[in-house]
Ligand binder design. Structure first.
Ligand SMILES: *Cc1c(COP(=O)(O)O)cnc(C)c1O
Length: 369
């Protein structure tokens, strides 16, 4: 990978205001019920990368379709990675991001695994800042709403040989969102995928790449067809150990107050929510172990009452209780089948920090305004 001189936060973005943004009244109506991932703001950030120039032409401009050569490498060999984070409106009218440097670092780890160029962390955060400021009017008016940001990078070089591309595009788009699941709603029901796995040792499981999601759609479809909300994957080698959901990490809460979460090791996506919940649980004085936990043990512990809660977590849905687990070999209920106490408490603590309503002892909140 060619090394490039790193642009810094002094990087000048070319700013092109949208010539015909959505009318105020229509925008306000849409923002009252944004749903998740179906409404988009007026602008986007675009930055190019080429072997010769490195990162170039940072622009925040009107959101518009992307033109690609039909031979663009992403369309053939799936060199694509992404991130997901939220901007929050604070009580005093300010705007903040939650741990964007962690997203920047993970983006670069994903880039390295997919043989894509490294992006300076300050350029990544500056790009997000530019878009949030351009689309400040796009924060949802619903309770629990936020502006979901989707930075992503893909290979644009027109070349059908198999090697890392020499040209890429980095874009950031923004989507006003409400709650992913209905607020503090009932716990989700999950389906154990025993025929399909998400990630194998040595594969791309720890990278946030579109390809992982493409591979998860059939097992996810199976879960939905059987009446469940999500799919949970087992490890690819032994088909025994719990890994994660298609897009959320898992925590197991025991009656003795201890917590277990599957260890990172290349096949699990290192979630920033996961990392934050480990820290918040330890702040509460709870013991958190990062260790393997098997499907059989999960069932036995749920049935004996040793396990009282299971939480799924990720930026989109924050923290959600798992109430029911089903697979080829039967099903079991976790606790009462509804959201448990620790799940609710940790969710509230995390959300309060993200929204600037509680002290931020770990320095996670980055104010933009
Ligand atoms: C993004 C993602 C998560 C959650 O990560 P957060 O940083 O907490 O949003 C978990 N699993 C997968 C597969 C993901 O892509």
């Amino acid at each position: 990978m060619a090394t490039v001189t790193a642009p810094t936060t002094e990087t000048e973005f070319t700013r092109i205001p949208h010539p015909a943004p959505i009318a105020d009244a229509a925008r306000r109506e849409a923002l009252a019920d944004p749903g998740f991932g179906k409404l988009f703001s007026d602008h986007m950030v675009s930055i190019g990368w080429s072997d010769g120039q490195g990162w170039h032409s940072p622009t925040v401009g009107p959101r518009a379709p992307v033109t690609l050569d039909p031979a663009a490498a992403v369309l053939h060999y799936a060199q694509e990675i992404f991130e997901g984070l939220k901007a929050y409106e604070l009580a005093d009218g300010g705007i903040a991001l939650f741990r964007p440097e962690a997203n920047a670092a993970r983006f670069n780890n994903s880039a390295a695994r997919l043989a894509m160029p490294n992006m300076p962390e300050d350029l990544f955060v500056a790009a997000i800042r530019e878009l949030v400021l351009a689309d400040r009017d796009w924060f949802p008016s619903v309770q629990g709403g936020s502006l979901y940001l989707r930075p992503f990078m893909f290979a644009t070089e027109a070349f059908l040989g198999v090697r890392p591309a020499k040209e890429y595009k980095f874009l950031v788009i923004a989507s006003p969102v409400g709650n992913y699941f209905k607020s503090d709603g009932p716990a989700v029901s999950i389906w154990v995928s025993e025929d399909y796995t998400r990630a194998a040792p040595g594969g791309t499981g720890a990278a946030k790449c579109g390809g992982n999601y493409a591979a998860s759609l059939v097992p996810m479809g199976e879960a939905l067809a059987k009446g469940h909300d999500q799919v949970v994957f087992l490890d690819a080698a032994e088909r025994k150990w719990i890994e994660e959901l298609g897009g959320m990490n898992l925590f197991f809460v025991f009656a003795d107050g201890s917590i277990v979460t599957p260890p990172l090791g290349g096949t699990i996506l290192p979630g920033i929510t996961r990392d934050s919940l480990i820290a918040l649980s330890r702040d509460e004085g709870l013991t958190v172990r990062e260790e393997r936990y098997s499907l059989d043990q999960w069932r036995d512990d749920a049935e004996s009452g040793r396990l009282i809660e299971t939480m799924a977590c990720g930026t989109a849905a924050v923290v959600t209780a798992v109430g029911r687990v089903a697979g080829k070999h039967g099903e079991f209920t976790i606790g009462s089948g509804g959201p448990g106490q620790l799940t609710q408490k940790l969710r509230q603590r995390l959300v309060a920090i993200q929204r600037g309503e509680a002290p931020d002892p770990h320095g996670w909140v980055k104010r933009l305004v």
